[in-house]
Design a protein around this ligand. Structure first.
Ligand code: FAD
Length: 416
């Protein structure tokens, strides 16, 4: 490893910034170029659907590093720079303007973008998506102007924006093809908790139906028509139907792509000079024993350290359980803060056990498979993540009555 080596990171979001940080923390002394197509230095996206959207925090609070950090750490941060090609044989990336940058090792952290909806009217003014700070600003402005927001998709982002809109006094209709919000990720038992939460705050759900057409007048949206024939008038429509990983560069470079860039547990692609991390990476997780692409903040925070180690030729594996958090409505207004740890497949668990008061939204839910806890979610209950992690990774067969009993410390359930 010489001083003249140049490592390039494509994608200046959370994972890219953490990748640069990890390289320096691991002692890499060569050149680092961090290339991003947004006009801002790397920032965190969770506030964009929560406190930033609500105006409770400014954009400054979202930056991953302060402005001076990049120069202090000799990270050549290049913004508004779009990489259009990776040339593996020459070990160069080509920018949109044709300029080329050599690399010895490359980390791809291009993230993901919102999935579009293939319906007429999708291009109309007032149809919104949410990924970047500019999107959040547009939604904030819409919430100040419209009486009703239609949210298409009852996933995490759709629900968080629904909560922000209700908090801002805007009427909300959520359209969802499934029969409950978050059904695919949580299953019906816990999905019901989120349906109840939002109904209690005045959200109207249209389940079991999809958007057929976005209605427009003079190029502006006037609402949606649903596949069941119903119409919902609204001057703003948020399309929140999931994201797609930004894999084009990898695909064009001949790397293996399948729901993200396929990488091993060390986050290596089959090309020894290229690794991937964050939302774009479909990595083998040794704890789960399978490939998984995780679209969550903690993954973008932690995975790059393993990718950086791989760039430096060191042995490291990323074997964290997926972790996710959300905040919906203020805690003093009957809202929830929750953390989720583990992984549940649709239909891939046998039972959900609740501990605590579900009606009061203060509980822990445990998903069990084969008598073992495979995932857990603490809702308005804190400081249990370490115990949950140990419970899941220990593979202990648990007594469900004791699991449901708040009087039994979680640690007592873990086989020693
Ligand atoms: C509104 C919102 C709320 C969220 N809330 C939560 C939450 O509450 N909890 C949670 O766990 N997770 C949450 N997430 C998910 C979390 O933010 C993501 O997992 C995380 O941002 C992924 O980071 P990343 O660096 O992998 O990708 P990104 O953040 O997408 O960054 C990738 C960057 O690469 C750039 N890029 C792409 N292609 C190129 C190219 N060819 N050339 C140059 N640059 C390129 C992109 O423009 C982008 O800036 C939320 C996400 C959003 C959008």
């Amino acid at each position: 490893m010489g001083d003249s080596e140049r490592f390039v990171i494509v994608g200046a979001g959370m994972a890219g910034a953490k990748g640069a940080e990890a390289l320096r923390a691991l002692g890499f002394d060569g050149r680092i170029a961090l290339l991003g197509d947004e006009p801002h230095r790397p920032y965190e996206r969770p506030p964009l659907s929560k406190d930033y959207l609500l105006g409770n925090t400014g954009f400054d609070a979202a930056y991953v590093h302060d402005e001076g950090w990049y120069a202090d750490n000799r990270v050549d941060l290049q913004l508004q720079v779009s990489v259009r090609r990776i040339d593996r044989s020459l070990r160069q990336v080509e920018l949109a303007d044709g300029a080329r940058i050599d690399f010895d090792k490359l980390m791809i952290t291009t993230g993901a973008h919102p999935r579009s909806l293939p319906v007429p009217g999708i291009e109309a003014e007032g149809v919104l998506h949410l990924r970047r700070v500019e999107d959040s600003d547009r939604i904030k402005q819409a919430l100040a102007e419209v009486d009703r927001l239609v949210v298409v998709g009852a996933g995490w982002i759709g629900l968080e924006v629904a909560a922000a809109a209700r908090t801002a006094g805007v009427a909300v209709t959520v359209v969802e093809t499934a029969e409950l919000p978050l059904l695919r990720v949580l299953g019906p038992e816990v999905a019901q908790v989120f349906a109840d939460l939002h109904r209690a705050h005045g959200v109207e759900f249209r389940f079991g139906t999809a958007v057929d057409e976005i209605r427009t007048s003079g190029g502006r949206t006037t609402g949606v028509r649903l596949t069941d024939g119903a119409e919902v008038p609204a001057a703003a429509v948020l399309v929140a139907v999931g994201v797609e990983p930004d894999v084009e560069l990898a695909q064009q470079a001949g790397l293996r792509v399948q729901n993200g860039i396929l990488v091993d547990a060390s986050l290596r692609t089959p090309d020894p000079n290229i690794v991937a991390a964050g939302d774009v990476a479909n990595a083998f997780n040794p704890l789960l024993g399978k490939q998984i692409r995780v679209e969550h903040w903690a993954n973008a925070l932690n995975q790059p350290a393993t990718a950086a180690a791989a760039m430096l030729g060191r042995d490291a594996e990323y074997s964290e359980l997926p972790y996710f958090f959300t905040d919906q409505y203020a805690p003093d207004a009957g809202g929830i803060g929750m953390e989720f740890l583990g992984h549940v497949e649709p239909g891939g668990y046998e039972q959900v056990v609740f501990r605590g008061d579900v009606a009061a939204r203060e509980f822990i839910a445990f998903w069990l498979n084969g008598g073992r806890v495979v995932a857990g979610m603490n809702v308005n209950v804190w400081d249990v993540q370490d115990q949950l992690r140990t419970l899941i990774t220990s593979g202990t067969t648990v007594d469900t009555a004791a699991l449901a009993d708040p009087g039994t410390p979680l640690n007592d359930l873990i086989a020693r």
